[in-house]
Design a protein around this ligand. Structure first.
Ligand code: GUN
Length: 283
């Protein structure tokens, strides 16, 4: 039976560590890190997400504000707000909550954020299999790597299988695993022999968004299984991409859904804000 990787407890530990650092750095550098989240429109789910980001930032003692703009906001008005935040020295992290309304060009908005304040890590990942030096990596992929490391598993030299090739998780997490010197395979919906490949993987990251795609018989005994999926199962309950009960019988370590990667994502956003702040105050 696998050990459960408790994302909630690990995130709580990180928040406590970061709160101590924010206080210490605040005293050293004369100001605390600042995270600014922009939301355009009224999407209820997005409203909850941005509120949670603000709460997390404030919990560790950061300065944080949600800038709420109406659905009718023009692209230029949004770009003007971003330009103001870019120019403000007390702003370390800028996050524009996605999706933005259809009349706004998402790519133009992402490109307008100062790369040194891009706490989503979009800029850091531009250009393929690399994390640009001096920039942060995206939150969810970072969360995956952190969770693997908490198990004491060495990533170097291991075979890591990433199932899913999305821009937000699959590709960037494969890059981070490569940076940790894993041998990385990226599987996806057209992969023919998934089970055969999975059975050779020491680490499986499931990020496809299909309930129970990873069955227990695909898991090599002792493997570390990180489940990024959030799906609604047939019973209406939240479930991941991994058949948890069956996989837990064989894995060494496994993340649950909910309570695994999910709680870590915002913790990593706060970590990214702290990293951006440190890079800026240390210049
Ligand atoms: N909307 C849903 N998830 C995300 C995220 O990670 N970053 C941003 N900017 N918007 C989101």
């Amino acid at each position: 039976m696998a050990q459960i990787i408790d994302g909630k407890a690990i995130a709580a530990g990180l928040y406590a560590e970061m709160a101590a650092k924010v206080e210490e750095y605040g005293n050293t550098y004369g100001r605390r890190p600042g995270l600014y989240v922009i939301i355009v429109g009224e999407d209820p789910a997005s409203q909850v997400y941005v509120r949670n980001k603000e709460i997390a930032a404030k919990k560790v003692g950061m300065v944080s504000e949600v800038i709420r703009m109406p659905e009718s906001t023009t692209q230029q008005e949004l770009l003007d707000v971003i330009a103001k935040l870019n120019a403000d020295n007390t702003v370390d992290g800028i996050l524009v909550q996605l999706p933005v309304p259809k009349h706004i060009d998402k790519d133009a908005v992402i490109a307008a954020v100062d790369p040194h304040k891009d706490v989503d890590g979009f800029f850091g990942m531009k250009g393929g299999f690399t994390v640009k030096k001096g920039y942060v990596a995206p939150c969810t992929p970072r969360a995956c790597i952190h969770l693997i490391k908490t198990t004491g598993t060495e990533i170097e030299g291991k075979h890591a299988l990433v199932v899913g090739r999305g821009e937000l998780v699959g590709k960037p997490v494969a890059t981070l695993l490569l940076n940790e010197n894993a041998t990385v395979t990226i599987a996806h919906s057209r992969t023919r022999n998934l089970k055969e490949i999975a059975l050779t993987a020491d680490i499986i990251i499931a990020a496809v968004g299909r309930a129970h795609l990873i069955t227990g018989d695909m898991v090599k005994p002792g493997a570390v299984v990180i489940d990024v999926g959030i799906n609604r199962g047939e019973d209406g309950k939240l479930c991941g991409d991994v058949d948890f009960a069956a996989a837990a019988d064989r894995a060494g370590y496994i993340t649950p859904v909910p309570g695994g990667v999910g709680p870590m994502t915002i913790a990593m956003l706060i970590q990214n804000t702290l990293d951006c702040y440190l890079a800026r105050v240390n210049k």
